[in-house]
Design a protein around this ligand. Structure first.
Ligand code: FAD
Length: 406
């Protein structure tokens, strides 16, 4: 079966790209491994979704519902319980997507693929926590799914690793359910989350240990205590540390784009984002294969994941209708100053697009510049946890542009 577009992943990025590409008149198939659509959203029962793209403050399930309705009304073919196992480039204009479902293994062909498989959470061994392999250690997403999808309380006395928004939201979730959050441990000298989420620590009287690290877990059968050690600016341990008694350790140490299938298919990756190298249509280095959402870059806001899904769909339309994107030359996008990453990596210069970037450390009274096109903007504060998003107008000339933050 030949489709114009196959979308891998039915989270917000995949849902938005599928409905958009169908609206653009492309025959579209959406595949997701879960029995239900929505990606991570159905388990995020807190508000804070859709402020930018809808001008409304919705919960995750409410926001997902809007996107799912859009897909249902758009003529997209949807297959759930369809776990994509591989993507093969038969030629620049024909891709084969193989997936496993309860009916067995199947393969479909497409002119373009939009890859929106989301992200995975970092686990305890990736953040260097040694010790006993006991019950009571969860990633934030696992604990969230237990509580908000299955109604199971993961523990009563909790230590949280990581002060980003996800860790803070889980601190509130546990506190609201009557658990005691005995500490949030952050190895950096500053907290990661948004100011509105940091209020949670004050509201529930939760201690925040900055420049500290959980290094060890002890327990028989279940977590009984964890060791916390101070770290210096190079994040090296200093001193003996102290123990905190608890029955649960929650790891909220960041997300990593899920890119195994893309990498195996031969797409070039950017070590700074963990996702693929893309142009301003969000096309990867595989012709006609696009990426969007958290498998492209980790988005703190769902609005950006949706926006990337729609951008990728427009790129796919251009590819399908034009038998490849007609670009004479690519302009390279480079990083300067405190820029940790910037996406896209290349641009055609012939249409408007969004530039997404993050800083490597907090910068107050920041000056954001793209000198080659005369862009200059002052921003009161930039934090590594928040995405910087800039509109770049068409008509860019030259061999490269540089995003500089001072
Ligand atoms: C705990 C938490 C709280 C958040 N809070 C907010 C908030 O308050 N406000 C806000 O704006 N944003 C928030 N976000 C961010 C927002 O949820 C994400 O940016 C967004 O969900 C990313 O969407 P996505 O489609 O890229 O990925 P996902 O939602 O992860 O969806 C990916 C989908 O791909 C599927 N998939 C993966 N691999 C395969 C495969 N091989 N085959 C088939 N299907 C596959 C998965 O099943 C999943 O359905 C939060 C995120 C988290 C984790």
């Amino acid at each position: 079966m030949m489709y114009d577009v196959v979308v891998v992943g039915g989270g917000p990025a995949g849902l938005a790209s599928a409905s958009e590409s169908s609206k653009l008149g492309l025959r579209t198939l959406l595949l997701d491994e879960n029995p239900r659509l929505g990606g991570i959203l159905p388990q995020c029962i807190h508000p804070g979704f859709g402020l930018h793209c809808l001008g409304e403050d919705l919960t995750g399930p409410e926001f997902a519902h809007r996107l799912i309705e859009e897909v249902r009304g758009s003529g997209v073919e949807v297959r759930t319980q369809a776990h994509v196992t591989s993507l093969a480039m038969r030629s620049d204009l024909v891709k084969e997507v193989t997936y496993a479902s309860p009916q067995g293994t199947e393969a479909v062909q497409a002119k373009a693929v939009i890859y929106a498989a989301g992200a995975r959470e970092r686990h305890r061994f990736e953040v260097g926590i040694a010790g006993d392999r006991v019950a009571g250690i969860y990633t934030a997403g696992e604990a969230q799914a237990m509580m908000d999808l299955y109604g199971v309380m993961p523990g009563r006395r909790v230590v949280i690793v990581g002060s980003g928004d996800v860790g803070l939201i889980m601190a509130r979730r546990f506190a609201l359910e009557g658990a005691e959050v005995v500490g949030v441990v952050e190895m950096l000298p500053y907290p990661g989350g948004l100011a509105r989420n940091l209020m949670i620590l004050r509201d529930f009287d939760i201690p925040l240990y900055l420049s500290h690290k959980v290094t060890e877990v002890r327990g028989r059968g279940r977590v009984e205590r964890v060791k916390v050690v101070r770290v210096n600016e190079e994040l090296r341990e200093t001193g003996e540390g102290f123990w905190i008694d608890c029955d649960t350790l929650l790891i909220s140490a960041g997300l990593v784009p899920r890119v195994k299938i893309l990498r195996r298919a031969g797409a070039i990756m950017d070590p700074a984002t963990g996702g693929p190298v893309v142009n301003d249509r969000l096309e990867t280095t595989l012709p006609g294969v696009f990426a969007a959402g958290n498998s492209l870059i980790i988005n703190d806001l769902v609005d950006y994941a949706v926006e990337q899904g729609r951008t990728a769909a427009k790129g796919a339309e251009e590819f399908v209708r034009g038998n490849g994107i007609p670009t004479r030359r690519w302009i390279r996008v480079r990083r300067g100053g405190y820029v940790r990453f910037v996406v896209p990596h290349m641009l055609g210069g012939d249409r408007d697009f969004w530039l997404y970037a993050r800083v490597s450390r907090p910068v107050e009274d920041a000056l954001v510049e793209v000198p080659e096109i005369g862009l200059r903007r002052k921003v009161p504060v930039l934090k590594p946890s928040e995405m910087l998003r800039l509109r770049i107008k068409s008509g860019v000339e030259g061999g490269r542009v540089t995003l500089v933050i001072r």
